[in-house]
Design a protein around this ligand. Structure first.
Ligand code: P1T
Length: 387
């Protein structure tokens, strides 16, 4: 496939979100990329491919449109779309590591990502160790001669920790390793890791990119053309690709990413402020709060602070679980980043697989994915649930 560097380079983010990779259909003029729900493509004589397409695991026009869009949004040369965030992570890790290599992983990350390192990759002889990625010097200290990857989530899931992407890129590169940033919580609208020195950006597109809780997907973006080729090779060789309809849903979600993220961020700021003054709340974790330890770095590297807010309940684990059970408008469920607000108990739900590890989360923690409903309704629901 051709180099994906965008011809829309001069355009703003919202314009790219709607147009990059998506010309009107040359045959019909359809302004939206069609769903090419097809597994194989007719060849005009053996090897005579029309437009380079032969089999939809290797490439599919709907997925290509999304992949070009993803590359443009992060300012990278190559975007790749997968069946889930974990499929993207797995493909990335099996492309850039081999047995005997070492990875520095964050002390706060999605439980499934931790499970991939600790239960799956470790069986193939890839070593990992945990560092507090919110303190760059601790990452430097964790690096070994065989370190190939420094992995970071910022903001992190579920504790909303902030890592300094530029500082970590410097440390990783000095050691001959690559920096991978899971940008799922921020989205490319709020944060551009490649411009800050990261080598690969990872997404669960299930979240803000899709934005409507109706699709599971993942993505990788890099500006390194050679690494992009390697990743594309493994995407096809391993096979965890996004299907055409899923690719189309993510593409549709991305068109409104900017306006949604603005509203997620302003609603979340109001929720954080409300929780801070609530007598049942021991601590609010939100990078938009001036007292958050990562606030200054977040303000430097993010356009706004996003829609995720976590808090610790003063009365402990059972009380935290009860808030989750009592909320109504905040729907009790895993996942995040959709237009509708969600609430969950990370210790028993999304991060149960981190129990007993360095990534275990506090038992009194509640995580909110603040949606774009009317803010007064959201605050009333939380107020009722906390009673
Ligand atoms: O669920 P999947 O699309 O495979 O993406 C995995 C993933 C990767 N990175 C981050 C930061 C994530 O939050 C996730 C998935 N997270 C949830 C399902 C959750 O509720 O936290």
């Amino acid at each position: 496939m051709s180099d994906q560097h965008s011809t829309h380079g001069a355009h703003g983010f919202e314009t790219l979100a709607i147009h990059a990779g998506q010309e009107a259909d040359p045959q019909t003029g359809a302004v939206v990329t069609p769903i090419y729900q097809v597994s194989t493509f007719k060849q005009d004589g053996v090897g005579g491919l029309r437009g380079g397409y032969e089999y939809s695991r290797s490439a599919n026009p709907t997925r290509t449109a999304l992949e070009e869009n993803l590359a443009a949004l992060d300012g990278g040369r190559r975007g790749l779309a997968f069946a889930s965030g974990l499929a993207a992570e797995d493909t990335l890790l099996r492309t850039v590591t081999k047995p005997g290599d070492h990875i520095v992983i964050p002390n706060d990350a999605y439980g499934g990502t931790f499970r991939l390192f600790s239960k799956v990759l470790s069986r193939w002889g890839v070593e990992w160790s945990v560092a507090d990625t919110h303190h760059a010097e601790q990452v430097r200290a964790a690096i070994r001669p065989n370190t190939k990857v420094v992995w970071v989530e910022t903001p992190s899931n579920p504790l909303l920790g902030i890592a300094d992407i530029s500082a970590l890129a410097h440390i990783a590169h000095e050691a001959g390793a690559i920096l991978v940033v899971d940008n799922t919580f921020a989205s490319p609208y709020l944060q551009q890791p490649l411009a800050l020195g990261a080598d690969v950006v990872v997404y669960s597109t299930t979240k803000y990119m899709g934005g409507h809780s109706d699709v599971v997907g993942g993505a990788l973006v890099t500006d390194d053309a050679a690494l992009g080729e390697e990743l594309a090779y493994h995407q096809n060789a391993i096979g965890g690709v996004a299907g055409p309809f899923d690719a189309w849903l993510v593409m549709r979600g991305i068109k409104t990413l900017g306006v949604r993220m603005d509203r997620h961020s302003s609603n979340a700021a109001r929720v954080a402020e409300f929780l801070q003054s609530h007598p049942k709340v021991a601590q609010v974790l939100y990078p938009g709060l001036p007292e958050h330890p990562g606030h200054e770095i977040a303000a430097k590297q993010m356009r706004a602070f996003g829609g995720m807010v976590s808090f610790r309940h003063k009365d402990g684990e059972e009380a935290a679980v009860q808030v989750c059970n009592r909320a109504r408008l905040f729907t009790l469920g895993e996942s995040l980043g959709g237009v509708e607000s969600l609430i969950e108990h990370p210790g028993r739900m999304t991060h149960a697989s981190a129990a007993g590890s360095a990534l275990e989360v506090p038992a009194d923690l509640v995580r909110l994915s603040v949606g774009i409903e009317s803010i007064d309704d959201l605050l009333a629901d939380l107020s009722e649930a906390l009673k």
